[in-house]
Design a binder for this molecule. Structure first.
Ligand code: DX5
Ligand code: ZN
Length: 213
């Protein structure tokens, strides 16, 4: 079985000490860093953006998993790539009619491409794109905030995607992931876990990360 990719979300990190917060999770076994970008339109919250990605890139070599929860993602994708994002995940709901061109845009810069769906979006909408992308991100909470409860029904989308996807597609889940919900998701076929509050609120990041696998 392939290894589970652990991607701590820095949304729950202490932003005053971002460098040490990132170094600490990397040392504790994180594979990627998950960066939640929110615009106050696609989701009812505002978080961080391009300059922060740039600063992080200058100070670490870890793979930067960038989750764009923004309207019109195509306007900003090249800025995020230039800033240092390795993977750009955008939302299906933000650009239903522009999916093919956005995939092409990201691929033209040799970066990995992911598409995310919110809890109320059916997984079947992604079927036409599965062979052309690297990752599907299944939201297991309504996007916008860390620390929410896992929505169990969303995990049932994992096998639907897996059964219809090429073997190398990464299936990532995000929202309410802890030691128990992580196991539910991996047993259903997820191979990448985003966790924000569960890792960053823990006193021992290493133990928290190990308990997810
Ligand atoms: C929510 C974000 C998540 C968030 C997860 O909109 O996409 O990445 O940080 O936080 P937890 O793990 O606390 O649910
Ligand atoms: Zn996220």
């Amino acid at each position: 079985m392939s290894k589970t990719i652990i991607s701590p979300s820095i949304l729950s990190a202490n932003f005053m000490n971002l460098q040490s917060e990132i170094d600490a999770v990397e040392k504790a076994g994180a594979n990627w860093i998950h960066i939640d970008v929110m615009d106050g339109h696609f989701v009812p919250n505002i978080s961080i953006g391009i300059p922060v990605v740039k600063s992080i890139r200058k100070n670490t070599n870890i793979f930067l998993d960038t989750h764009l929860m923004i309207e019109n993602p195509e306007k900003y994708i090249e800025n995020f790539i230039e800033a240092g994002s390795d993977l750009i995940t955008f939302h299906y709901e933000a650009c239903e009619n522009k999916i093919v061109e956005i995939i092409k845009l990201i691929k033209s810069h040799n970066r990995k491409v992911g598409i995310s769906i919110k809890p109320k979006t059916e997984p079947e909408v992604l079927f036409p794109y599965l062979k052309d992308i690297d990752l599907v991100l299944i939201m297991t909470v309504e996007p916008g905030f860390g620390g929410q409860d896992f929505i169990h029904d969303c995990a049932l989308k994992i096998p639907t995607i897996k059964e219809n996807a090429p073997d190398n597609l990464i299936i990532q889940v995000d929202g309410g992931i802890n030691n128990l919900t992580a196991k539910i998701c991996t047993s259903l076929g997820a191979n990448s876990l985003v966790a924000g509050s569960y890792i960053y609120k823990a006193t021992d990041y290493k133990k928290a990360i190990e308990s997810l696998i």
